[in-house]
Design a protein around this ligand. Structure first.
Ligand code: GAP
Length: 432
């Protein structure tokens, strides 16, 4: 347990020190549940998003990718059940007034001050806001707590615009907002985060087969982004643990340093959402199968991923410590497809202009086809290796005096620390 706490501290500190993740609004003391991603964190997120988009949308021919508004009409959330159901149990301490999620508290005493806790009540987690200049009840809107409703409210638009045949899906990646009672565990439980999810529309009697197919696609994707397989556990949720819209949910749980918790999941949402929106909006949200001559509301399979939780699981899976020739080091063994920097190019000595110039030349050449290469002339070579190891750069390329003679460089492998001589003309192929 002590070790796990330690690991979490190391990850949080590395993430800040190396510019992956900063606390939100930090110079004003922060804003609980918000996080800002720095250059490397943003690059990491971008790559994970791109791989997700390729695996779940672009690499298939049955998917439509959209980007819907994060502010949505209040009626959307009434129809979807979020206004009445999207809540967590809350208890408040009578003494210090702190609030907690009731299901995380044991006993009736406040974990902070020992005061008596009040009765449990339901707390709706949607962020409400006022829309427009008129300030009355008609101006209430909500920041979306899930991206899914953007897909459901556009179902008819997709049918009319592209005339897809069933089964097909609508996907998006975007921000979601939840007024979590106790945001905690770094980026695991935040108030603003990103969801990557899709709604796959199927015939009712085919849902089970599609559920299993998507479950397999999800597993493959987790492996692709470097999530350690032995830390992932698929868990069937009981009816009382499932969201209000789901008839079956399998969560992919991950062994985070603070315990086994949800990473992503797959749900069978039946025709719950489309049927409710059809009733509430009066629009026809049915699929017309002309060949079979029938008309019906499709059922839905929904694979969903929280991007930040995925990033945290990637950090936990990739974090390593070992001892190389020059001493102890920590490094992130990211798969090269997601590493924020693919390769770093250095001159062996920063005070030799001919080496610096050659390093720039090699860097400029590589950067044409591999944008995420960087150059680094700061500090000594040992320090540069440590820095690159900590941000998970798979390769370091060093320009030395031999380079000037025969156009070869040393190529260092992050994980083994081993170096080999490679011709400059072969570099591009070796690092990609
Ligand atoms: N449309 C289905 C849906 O929103 P969810 O399980 O409530 O399902 C989707 O959320 C994913 O979003 C989760 O699997 C989780 O990875 C992530 N997630 C949920 N709450 C989060 C929070 N407070 N902070 C960060 N990620 C969160």
């Amino acid at each position: 347990m002590e070790d796990d706490h330690d690991l979490m501290q190391k990850i949080v500190s590395l993430a800040k020190r190396r510019g992956f993740v900063f606390p939100g609004s930090e110079i004003y003391g922060g804003l609980a549940g918000t996080w800002d991603f720095g250059h490397y964190g943003n690059e990491l997120k971008r790559r994970v998003r791109e791989l997700w988009w390729q695996a779940f949308v672009a690499g298939r021919d049955d998917m439509f990718g959209i980007d819907s508004a994060t502010l949505m009409n209040e009626k959307v959330w009434e129809a979807s059940g979020h206004t009445s159901e999207f809540s967590d149990p809350l208890v408040e301490c009578g003494k210090c007034k702190r609030r907690f999620r009731a299901d995380t508290i044991e006993g009736k005493k406040c974990p902070e001050c020992g005061g008596a806790l009040g009765e449990t009540r339901q707390f709706n987690m949607m962020f409400a806001t006022k829309i427009g200049a008129v300030d009355d009840s008609s101006s209430i809107g909500y920041f979306r707590p899930e991206t899914a409703q953007g897909m459901f409210v556009n179902f008819k638009n997709i049918l009319d615009a592209y005339h897809p045949t069933l089964p097909f899906g609508i996907a998006q990646i975007g921000r979601a907002y939840r007024n979590e009672i106790t945001p905690r565990d770094f980026i695991f439980r935040a108030r603003e985060f990103e969801i990557m999810e899709l709604e796959y529309f199927v015939r009712k009697d085919e849902w089970e087969a599609h559920f299993e197919e998507w479950r397999t696609v999800m597993k493959k994707f987790l492996e692709q982004v470097g999530i350690s397989k032995k830390l992932v556990h698929e868990t069937e949720l009981s009816a009382e643990d499932r969201a209000h819209y789901s008839k079956r949910t399998v969560d992919f749980e991950f062994d985070y340093p603070f315990g086994r918790k949800e990473l992503c999941g797959i749900a069978y949402r039946t025709d719950f959402d489309l049927a409710n929106h059809m009733r509430a909006s009066g629009e026809h949200l049915e699929y017309h199968d002309e060949a079979a001559g029938d008309r019906f509301i499709p059922h839905v399979i929904e694979p969903t991923f929280g991007l930040e939780r995925l990033i945290l699981a990637i950090f936990v899976s990739a974090y390593r410590e070992d001892e190389l020739g020059e001493g102890k080091r920590a490094y992130l063994a990211f798969p090269k497809e997601i590493a924020p920097v693919k390769a770093a190019v250095f001159p062996l000595l920063k005070n030799k202009p001919e080496l610096v110039a050659k390093a720039r030349e090699v860097y400029t050449k590589l950067k044409k086809n591999t944008p995420n290469v960087m150059r680094d002339d700061n500090g000594n070579i040992g320090k540069r290796y440590r820095r690159q190891d900590e941000i998970g750069t798979p390769f370091c390329i060093t320009i030395d005096f031999e380079t000037l003679e025969n156009d070869t460089v040393t190529l260092r492998d992050r994980d083994s620390g081993e170096q080999e001589r490679v011709a400059v003309r072969e570099l591009e192929e070796r690092i990609t």
